[in-house]
Ligand binder design. Structure first.
Ligand code: SF4
Ligand code: SF4
Length: 380
């Protein structure tokens, strides 16, 4: 039966982008029971999916902006419903109607103007590398290092970019960077519904990669990894994408990188959503950390496929979440409960959220938050 609705055009868009799977939903409620939002408040992706099938949800209010695209519910849905795609298509409709949270509006303007969400000048994008003498990428180099926006500009995360460079130099890798020619990968703004801006950023990056003769790209962010690997092929390109956790394991197994010391502190490891659930990379970081410390990592209560989202995906990193609604707070408490001294991860969004949580929660400030490269750097 054809749906007669003033929103028919919008419903068609939802269908095109994954909504066709909605008809398989038999309302079992599994998606809501596994969603991290239901640990901190009430939220029903099941209702959102249902509303998107028969009408449209309310655009005003927070509901359509909650999903962090963590991947837990599609991973567990017994009927293959594409909840993330449905949620993103609802956001696309809202974005096209000019209804977005103020913070996302600002981020879109920053991305459109300067190519990064922070609104930092494009011309300063390569400045993080000035004092550590990194070469500009050239076609005969073995790999392009693409640090991404936060490692290029954020004071805490520049240390991760520097640790990565230190490791690459120790291993004798012939690499370079694009500096101010680099743009945001566009992954997260796409998940907020700004499809046009995503396409613009992606096309500009692709042209830059092709013009520079790039074949293999090393990334620090799982969000860059995901979009370069799984979304940029929509533009009929095919670069080889390597996440730093994979590359570290490769360099160690090829004996290009020698770990001469042992990391002594107790480590727990957090699987970023876009590395683990979305792309199946669970073992490589654990193996690297085992090589570095001589021990298996301490596993948190929600681990590997069940890893608890930090709250940063799907544009969550740009939204102001109320105290009591921050998943990262729960995650940091889980890390402390393992007895670990260091919470290690491999994603800039996770690091920002965990650093914030460890400082604002009681009795958690002794926990160190580190990127995997910062551990490896200490043992080479
Ligand atoms: S888990 Fe899947 S089938 Fe069950 S309610 Fe959610 S969308 Fe429907
Ligand atoms: S993808 Fe994650 S945050 Fe989004 S609705 Fe599903 S479980 Fe919740």
């Amino acid at each position: 039966m054809e749906i007669v609705s003033p929103y028919k055009e919008a419903i068609d868009l939802v269908k095109e982008t994954g909504g066709e799977t909605n008809k398989f939903c038999y309302q079992c409620g599994m998606c809501d029971s596994v969603c991290p939002w239901n640990r901190v408040t009430n939220f029903s992706i099941r209702n959102l999916v249902r509303q998107a099938t028969f009408g449209l949800p309310e655009f005003e209010g927070e509901e359509i902006w909650r999903c962090t695209t963590c991947g837990t519910c599609p991973d567990r849905c017994p009927r293959g419903v594409k909840q993330i795609e449905v949620g993103v298509s609802i956001r696309r409709i809202a974005t096209e109607a000019g209804i977005t949270p103020a913070s996302i509006h600002t981020v879109s303007a920053n991305l459109g103007g300067e190519g990064n969400p922070l609104g930092e000048p494009r011309k300063n994008r390569g400045d993080w590398a000035k004092d550590i003498s990194v070469k500009p990428f050239a076609e005969d180099m073995e790999i392009l290092y693409f640090p991404g926006c936060y490692l290029a500009y954020d004071g805490r995360l520049k240390k991760v970019a520097a640790a990565t460079v230190n490791i690459l130099n120790k291993a004798g890798v012939n690499f370079g960077i694009l500096g101010d020619k680099e743009n945001c990968c566009g992954e997260s703004i796409r998940k907020t519904g700004d499809e046009e801006l995503f396409k613009r950023l992606a096309k500009e990056n692709i042209k830059t990669f092709i013009d520079a003769g790039v074949r293999r790209i090393l990334v620090s962010s799982p969000h860059c990894y995901h979009t370069f690997l799984n979304e940029y092929p929509e533009f009929k390109v095919n670069f080889e994408i390597v996440h730093i956790t994979q590359y570290l394991q490769e360099l160690i197994s090829q004996r290009r990188l020698k770990l001469g010391k042992k990391y002594e502190k107790k480590i727990t490891y957090h699987d970023p959503c876009y590395l683990g659930r979305h792309n199946g990379i669970y073992n490589e970081p654990r193996e690297v950390l085992k090589q570095a410390s001589g021990k298996d990592v301490l596993e948190m209560f929600d681990s590997r496929r069940e890893s608890l989202c930090c709250g940063g995906g799907g544009g969550g990193i740009w939204m102001d979440r109320k105290k009591g609604e921050r998943f990262a707070d729960i995650r940091v408490e889980q890390a402390v409960a393992t007895g670990a001294e260091v919470l290690v991860t491999a994603c800039p969004y996770c690091i920002i959220n965990f650093e914030d949580s460890r400082l604002t929660l009681e009795n958690c400030d002794a926990l160190e938050v580190k990127d995997i490269t910062e551990i490896v750097q200490e043992v080479i």
